[in-house]
Write a protein that binds this ligand. Structure first.
Ligand code: NAP
Ligand code: 8YV
Length: 318
């Protein structure tokens, strides 16, 4: 039987290629630029596996494309509208990373509020011995009201981890959930007004772009803390930097940025931030599970005739 040909534009977790290589023919290229491939190869490609971008221009170069396996639960790098128009299934990796990302969100929250990263540096520099105790953190999680922007698969796990911390939990989504006891707010601004700490875990969409703006930060207030583990595009980064500088909010913990991997120097220079290089899901077990789900989706499509976890924009109606 002829093996399906899978295009891999750019780098991807090695377990994806390791899993696929025996049952598929892999065509690996450096980026979404297909100019090094001849027309015959392009026409043989039936699948794609990607961590990052899969634009409409790439789909246009692949006349027999059937399925794209995207690494990650967020699939903003893939032009899903164009895929849907072409009848191409796009799959992603939901659920297998919920716990890891929620754990990271809590760690980032505590680090931001209690400044443990600065405390550890203080110890390592010998300053505990030479200067005495590390200064008290002005902020505490105790008694805080925490708002979750996005209460989906990961947001729910974040909320359940917050319960034992005895904080008040509020949330905003476009549609209220009937299955949670947390306080719902109809707008992000109303949520920010009601809470001290805002955790954002929404997808990158035209509607969420720049949603956390100067007005939302002002509503969060001078004791306010922003944690972003969703996407950098959700935050107006210049407005956030200004708010952190002038005391409009107290602190921020960020795992995601507007223009990764570039992080504005103005953010790096601030004393009231905790910054991570997009590592929320980045443990070996979780990334292995994500890689397996990318491979399983592609193999299931070609061997069983159905994708396992298609995105909502390209549903499988079997
Ligand atoms: P999900 O289950 O689809 O949940 C998304 C949540 O966001 C839902 O509650 C949804 O509710 C809400 N939402 C969507 N658009 C909104 C809007 N315009 N305003 C307010 N709420 C909105 O997704 P998930 O699996 O939890 O993942 C969420 C996102 O986290 C991913 O798309 C990805 O970008 C990001 N992520 C980041 C990392 C990392 O490494 N930092 C790791 C994993 C995921 P409604 O539809 O009712 O509005
Ligand atoms: C990964 C993510 O860092 O799943 C997502 O949406 O942002 C992360 O889990 C990313 O997919 C790595 O490419």
């Amino acid at each position: 039987m002829t093996k399906p040909v899978i295009l891999i534009p750019g780098r991807i977790h090695p377990r994806v290629t390791g899993r696929l290589c025996e049952r598929c023919e892999l065509v690996e290229i450096a980026s979404v630029d297909t100019s090094e491939l001849d027309a015959e190869t392009l026409s043989r490609v039936r699948g794609g596996a990607v961590s990052g971008r899969f634009p409409a221009s790439l789909m246009a170069a692949l006349p027999n494309l059937e399925v794209i396996g995207s690494f990650g639960v967020g699939y903003d790098g893939v032009d899903v509208a164009e895929a849907a128009r072409r009848g191409v299934f796009v799959t992603h990796t939901p659920d297998v990373l919920n716990d890891e990302v929620a754990d990271t969100a809590l760690a980032l929250l505590l680090n931001t509020v209690r400044r443990f990263h600065f405390a550890e540096t203080y110890l390592r520099e010998g300053r505990w011995e030479s200067e005495g105790a590390f200064p008290l953190s002005p902020l505490s999680l105790k008694g805080q009201r925490v708002g979750i922007h996005g209460l989906g698969r990961i947001g729910l796990e974040i909320a359940s981890r917050l319960v034992p911390f005895k904080v008040e939990i509020h949330y905003h989504t476009r549609t209220p959930r009937a299955d949670v006891p947390y306080t719902y707010h109809e707008s992000l601004l109303a949520l920010a007004t009601a809470v001290d700490t805002l955790i954002s875990i929404v997808p990158s969409t035209p509607q969420t772009a720049g949603a956390i703006d100067a007005g939302v930060l002002k509503a969060l207030g001078p004791k306010g803390v922003l944690i972003n583990v969703g996407r950098g595009s959700t935050v107006d980064e210049p407005a956030l930097i200004a708010a952190l500088k002038d005391g409009t909010i107290a602190a921020a913990g960020l795992d995601v940025f507007a223009d990764e991997p570039r992080v504005p120097k103005a953010l790096l220079d601030l004393p009231n931030v905790s910054l991570l290089p997009h590592v929320a899901s980045a443990s070996v077990p979780t990334r292995d599970a994500m890689a397996d789900l990318v491979a399983d989706n592609i193999l299931s499509w070609f061997e069983e005739g159905r994708p396992l976890t298609p995105v909502p924009e390209t549903p499988f109606k079997g």
